[in-house]
Design a protein around this ligand. Sequence first.
Ligand SMILES: [Fe+2]
Ligand SMILES: [Fe+2]
Length: 188
Amino acid sequence: MIDANTLWLLSFYRSSEISGALFFGRIARTLSASPIAHDLSRHFADESQHAWLWTDCIHQLGARPLAIEAAYQDRYLAAAGLPANLMEVLALTQVFEQRVIRQYAQHGRANGLAPAIRATLTRIMEDEKWHIRWVRRALADFAIRHGKDVVDAALRRFAQADDAVFNQTVDEHAERVREVYNLPRRQS
Ligand SMILES: [Fe+2]
Ligand SMILES: [Fe+2]
């Protein structure tokens, strides 16, 4: 059986992956056929699969997922404002995926990680790397057609929102996250 902090964090991951899947699924449904629509559909399918992998991982560890109310993405969209076009969707996604991959990598370095958690992190990270690759490629195309300044401004806007929301979330759950990741306590 896993400890309460780990169960909370894995449930938080699961909830975030569900939010990501719903976000990309809604957008995928509105796009007509194009290379972006193709990749975005795979991205949607991946995030759904990640939600299932965390669900399965929690079960393997003898627990049941907790219902987590406000997912990170919901706060993130509230702070940054809804993306106004496809380029902004991709800019937001780029920033968010980089945050996810850093969090999962940090969790992967924790001591005494349960094998089921390690296997799930490793499996999901492969997909997350591809998410960053295809979105970066699509944003580079947008920059050629519409100007690098426009893309850079959107990336900056979403990075600021990400920082604000991430710091707020970490502050609220500092003790749990620090324990699970084996991080030193913050000196106050
Ligand atoms: Fe994911
Ligand atoms: Fe992802």
